[in-house]
Design a protein around this ligand. Structure first.
Ligand code: AMP
Length: 424
C-alpha cells in the first residue's frame, strides 16, 4: 500500500475547519492592512533560490528539492516565499506601481528536513511582503500585523524576539569580528559550524548544539558594530513598537535561516518551555531585489507556518466550529423513486439547500443511518407509496418526526423548516 511520502501528510476533511479559519483570518487581516494576494508557482528556476541566499544556508545547501525537467532545466520546489515574490515584483514591473507594494501569499513550501512535530517536508506558509520602501514604520507595521494575526487566532502566549543584523556597510565588520571570535574555538565547533565559519559566520550564532551555543554566548553582540544608519533605523523600529504597545525582547543571537536578511529580523516563538519552533519569522531584505537583477529596492516581510499555527490553536484551546452539516439527505427505495429523488435533489440545490443524494440500493434503515452519520438535519424519503401518490416524506432527524407532503411542496416546506430550526 502506498503512503504519503515521509514528512508530508494529507489534509483530511476533519482538518479543514482549522485551516479554513486561519486562511479567513489571514485574508481579512491583509484586507485590513492593504496587502494584496499574489500566487506564484510552486517551482521556480533553481538559481532564483541559490542566488537569493548565495549559498551558505541550510535551506539552500541541504534542504531544497531540486530536479531537472524533461528539457534539462534545473528547477527547485520553492523552499520559501520571499524570493518568488521579488521575482514576480521584477517580472511584472511592480516597481512602477505606487511604492511600497504590499503583497501576501499562501501556499505549500518544501524543505528536505528531518521530520518531527511541527516540521515537515511539505508545509504551508502564509507570508506578507512590503517592497520598495525602507521606512522603519513599515518594519513595525509587519510586526504589528503578525502580532494581531496571532491574537485574532486566539494564540495567546508568545514572545516576539527582535534584532538588527546590519547592512552591506556594517555587516562585513561584524562577520570579521565573529570569525575572529569563533576561530579561537575552532576545535570545539561542530562540523557544520566549521564550514559556516568562512562562508556565513552569522549562522554560528544560532547553531542548536550546546557546545557551539556556549561559544556563541561569549561572541561580541552586533549592536557594537551597526553603522549609524542601521542604528537609527533600529531605534526607530523600536520606538514605533513602543508607541504601538508591542512587547518584544532584544535577542542579539537572532540571525534567521536565510542569508538575504538585512537590518531588522524578528521571530515569534510560543511562550512555553518545550517550544523550539518559531510560529512567525521575518525581517528586512534590502539587497534581495538587487541580487535578483533589479534596481536596489528595499523590502520587509514575514512568513508563518500554517501547521505551527494549527498546533498553536490546539495548545491555546481554541475551538473552531466544524464544517456545516449537510441540510438534507434524499433517500429513495426502488428505481422509480431514485429517479424522482435525483430530480428532487437538484430542485433543492437550485433553491440553495444543501442536499446529498443517497446512492446505491440500501434499505431505508441504512439510509437513515447514513443521514445520522453525515449529521443531516432532514431526510426526504421517496418510497413506492410516495411515487404512487406523488408525495414525499419529510423527516426531522433531531425531533424524530415525519410528515407526508405533496411532492411539489417539499422544497417550500423544507425551506420553511430550515428557517425555523437553529443551525446544528
Ligand atoms: P522560515 O522561512 O524558516 O523563517 O519559515 C517561516 C515559518 O514557516 C516558520 O516560522 C515556521 O512557522 C514555518 N516553517 C518553517 N519550516 C517549516 C517546516 N519544515 N515545517 C513546518 N513549518 C515550517
Amino acid at each position: 500500500m502506498y503512503r504519503a511520502p515521509r514528512g508530508t501528510f494529507d489534509i483530511l476533511p476533519e482538518d479543514q475547519p482549522q485551516r479554513r479559519f486561519i486562511l479567513d483570518e489571514a485574508m481579512s487581516l491583509c484586507q485590513l492592512y492593504g496587502y494584496q494576494r499574489l500566487d506564484t508557482p510552486i517551482f521556480e528556476d533553481y538559481q532564483l533560490f541559490a542566488r537569493s541566499s548565495a549559498g551558505g544556508t541550510d535551506v539552500v545547501d541541504k534542504e531544497m528539492y531540486v530536479f531537472e525537467d524533461r528539457s534539462q532545466q534545473k528547477l527547485a520546489l520553492r523552499p520559501e516565499g520571499t524570493a518568488p515574490v521579488c521575482r514576480a515584483y521584477l517580472e511584472h514591473g511592480m516597481f512602477n506601481w505606487p511604492q511600497p507594494v504590499r503583497l501576501y501569499y499562501w501556499g505549500p513550501t518544501f524543505r528536505y528536513e528531518r521530520p518531527q512535530a511541527g516540521r515537515y517536508r511539505q508545509h504551508h506558509q502564509f507570508g506578507c511582503e512590503a517592497l520598495g520602501d525602507s521606512d522603519p514604520a513599515l518594519d513595525a507595521e509587519l510586526i504589528e500585523m503578525a502580532e494581531r494575526f496571532l491574537a485574532r487566532l486566539g494564540i495567546g502566549s508568545f514572545v516576539l524576539y527582535l534584532n538588527s543584523i546590519g547592512c552591506k556597510q556594517c555587516q562585513p565588520g561584524y562577520r570579521e569580528a565573529l570569525q575572529h571570535h569563533f576561530a579561537k574555538h575552532v576545535d570545539e565547533l561542530c562540523p557544520d559550524c566549521r564550514t559556516r565559519l568562512s562562508r556565513n559566520p552569522l549562522r554560528l550564532l544560532d547553531c542548536k548544539r550546546p557546545s557551539c551555543q556556549a561559544i556563541a554566548a561569549t561572541a561580541p553582540p552586533i549592536s557594537g558594530y551597526l553603522c549609524p544608519d542601521c542604528r537609527s533605523h533600529f531605534e526607530s523600529v523600536q520606538s514605533h513598537l513602543a508607541r504601538l504597545g508591542i512587547d518584544y525582547r532584544l535577542e542579539p543571537a537572532l540571525v534567521r535561516g536565510l542569508d538575504y536578511y538585512t537590518r531588522t529580523v524578528f521571530e515569534v516563538q510560543p511562550d512555553h518551555e518545550a517550544a523550539q519552533s518559531a510560529l512567525v519569522g521575518g525581517g528586512r531584505y534590502d539587497n534581495l531585489v538587487e541580487q535578483l537583477g533589479g534596481k536596489p529596492t528595499p523590502g520587509v516581510g514575514f512568513a508563518c507556518g500554517i501547521e505551527r499555527l494549527v498546533l498553536g490553536l490546539s495548545n491555546s484551546g481554541v475551538v473552531v466550529p466544524p464544517s456545516p452539516y449537510p441540510e438534507a439527505l434524499v433517500a429513495s427505495l426502488g428505481a422509480e423513486a431514485k429517479g424522482k429523488g435525483v430530480e428532487l435533489a437538484r430542485q433543492l440545490r437550485d433553491a440553495g439547500i444543501g442536499a446529498i443524494m443517497s446512492t446505491g440500493r440500501s434499505s431505508l434503515k441504512a439510509q437513515l443511518r447514513q443521514a445520522n452519520a453525515l449529521g443531516a438535519r432532514y431526510v426526504l424519503i421517496i418510497g413506492e407509496d410516495e411515487v404512487r401518490t406523488g408525495t414525499v416524506m419529510l423527516r426531522d432527524m433531531a425531533a424524530n418526526k415525519q410528515e407526508t407532503l405533496p411532492a411539489d411542496q417539499a422544497e417550500r416546506q423544507l425551506r420553511h423548516a430550515l428557517g425555523s430550526t437553529p443551525q446544528r
